[in-house]
Design a protein around this ligand. Structure first.
Ligand code: URP
Ligand code: ZN
Ligand code: ZN
Length: 482
């Protein structure tokens, strides 16, 4: 029997914080509070959490480990990427199976399952729908009913690659509704991006500064509004990944005000990094920040923070998808060929704590909600994940609010050669990360082990979540009626 007694800390759940000891036994939380102290076996290993917070391990709902993308493969594999996450207090990820168009979903799913066996932390998958046929319809059913998938991803960008047209969105959203699964979208109008990329290059702008010019906020706003409207007509909830701008955040808030079930995810990077990074004179420095949607002018950050504070935006992620300088160099002569993607799995919690809790924008409980509990609830992992309660998985982070560090590629655990948060000093860092009741990170020492992560089956979301989804145009007064 392996047992830990985490003593003297302040437990933080999404609903409240309280002083309590936490006992873990054989990978589960056995007791919280006086019961923990009383029931602890003599052999329980003590961890001193005095002066610290004890929180559910972070869940990153958006990562791409070893993703084959834009002619190359993301540099962190499932071991190095999840190990970096553990060093930063993230104990679970939801990654993406992305079939090539015409590839059977089940075949791609099996590929990703085998690649992920080396994972050091627990993991699940969203499965992307990149094309449509009767076999895709059937495979979606198999994935939900037999494989524990409850969310499907749709890329509205990346034309001539993995982009979905509206017909596919409609078919897939309808199937997701039948299955009790959550459709999710990367909201950017791929036709407009394609057009703007050509126009920007024609103007002679071929460096990374062209990237944000080809993907302005309205391109994201249009796609968010369109996906929300399709979901509304079909009557299915929808989750919008990496919301980066006012236009998309407002689309979500408007739909929610009509009573529609719409959820939004924000990346740590979009909260604190602005578009000035693309104007760095050194190609490698600027290309390191090429991701989609791009970093935005500073004013958008405030809208994202307010969305999280007000509950109109719900989760935080990283979209961890890293490419080293030689990979980014594929786009040296043409920014449209720079592999899109940035890192952050190790830094997400500390960056959001420092910029969110230390500034008073978020309480510690709100921090737990947006870094762990809300994701667990939306993707049906709660309370196994995202909660410190008896019976939950013993995935915890002991958080030292006075500890600080300066983020750098020289000291991070990812394999990528840059860090988009380079030089940022954060106050509030993990002292210990516990995964399945094992101490996997302690005061700077990472003890991640390949293959220890388990695949997380996620049941469908349940009839109420879907059946109660209203077509809001049936119920809300229109402008004319008002
Ligand atoms: O630039 C990004 N975000 N790369 C990963 C793929 C995606 O769009 O999420
Ligand atoms: Zn995306
Ligand atoms: Zn992504």
């Amino acid at each position: 029997m392996t047992s830990l007694l985490i003593r003297g800390g302040t437990v933080v759940n999404a609903d409240r914080e309280f002083k309590a000891d936490v006992l873990t036994v054989d990978g589960k939380i056995a007791a919280v509070g006086e019961d923990a102290t009383r029931q602890a076996p003599a052999a329980a290993v003590p961890i001193d959490a005095s002066g610290q917070y004890v929180m559910p391990g972070g869940i990153d709902p958006h990562t791409h480990m070893q993703l084959p993308f834009m002619g190359t493969v993301a540099a962190d594999d499932f071991f190095t990427g999840t190990a970096a996450g553990l060093a930063g207090g993230t104990t679970s990820i939801i990654d993406f199976v992305i079939p090539n168009p015409q590839q059977p979903l089940m075949e791609a799913y099996r590929d990703w399952r085998s690649w992920a066996e080396k994972s050091a932390a627990d993991y699940g998958f969203h499965v992307a729908v990149t094309w449509w046929s009767e076999s895709v319809h059937a495979d979606m059913g198999t994935l939900v009913k037999e494989e524990g998938i409850n969310s499907f991803k749709h890329f509205m960008a990346y034309k001539n690659a993995i982009m979905c047209d509206d017909e596919t969105l409609v078919n897939s959203f309808r199937r997701a509704l039948e299955l009790g699964a959550m459709p999710t979208v990367h909201a950017e109008n791929g036709e407009l991006v394609f057009l703007l990329q050509q126009e920007v290059v024609k103007m002679g702008i071929t460096g990374p500064e062209g990237h944000p010019l080809s993907r302005p906020p309205m391109v994201e706003g249009e796609a968010a509004n369109r996906a929300i409207a399709i979901a509304d007509v079909i009557g299915v909830p929808i989750y919008i990944v990496h919301v980066s701008c006012i236009e998309a955040a407002e689309a979500i808030a408007r739909a929610r005000a009509r009573g529609q079930r719409v959820y939004g995810e924000v990346l740590a990077g979009h909260l604190v990094i602005d578009d000035s990074v693309y104007r760095h004179p050194d190609f490698a420095q600027a290309a390191a920040y090429v991701m989609s949607p791009p970093f935005r002018p500073k004013g958008h950050q405030e809208a994202l923070w307010r969305g999280l504070q007000s509950g109109q935006l719900h989760t935080t992620a990283t979209d961890h998808c890293v490419f080293c300088a030689p990979q980014k160099a594929a786009g040296k002569a043409d920014f449209t060929k720079i592999p899109n993607g940035c890192g952050g799995i190790e830094e997400r919690l500390a960056v959001i704590w420092d910029a969110g809790v230390n500034t008073g924008r978020l309480t510690p409980s709100e921090f737990v909600a947006i870094t762990s509990a809300n994701t667990a609830k939306l993707f049906n992992l709660y309370p196994q994940k995202g909660s410190i309660s008896a019976g939950a998985d013993a995935d915890l982070v002991v958080w030292d609010p006075r500890g600080s560090k300066t983020i750098s590629a020289k000291t991070h655990h990812s394999k990528v050669d840059v860090n988009v948060f380079e030089g940022r000093t954060v106050r509030g860092i993990p002292s210990h990360t516990i995964s399945q009741g094992r101490v996997v990170y302690a005061k700077g020492e990472l003890r991640a082990e390949a293959g220890k992560g388990r695949y997380l089956k996620r049941p469908p979301l349940g009839a109420n979540f879907h059946a109660a989804a209203l077509r809001t145009q049936d119920t809300a007064p229109t402008a004319v009626q008002r």
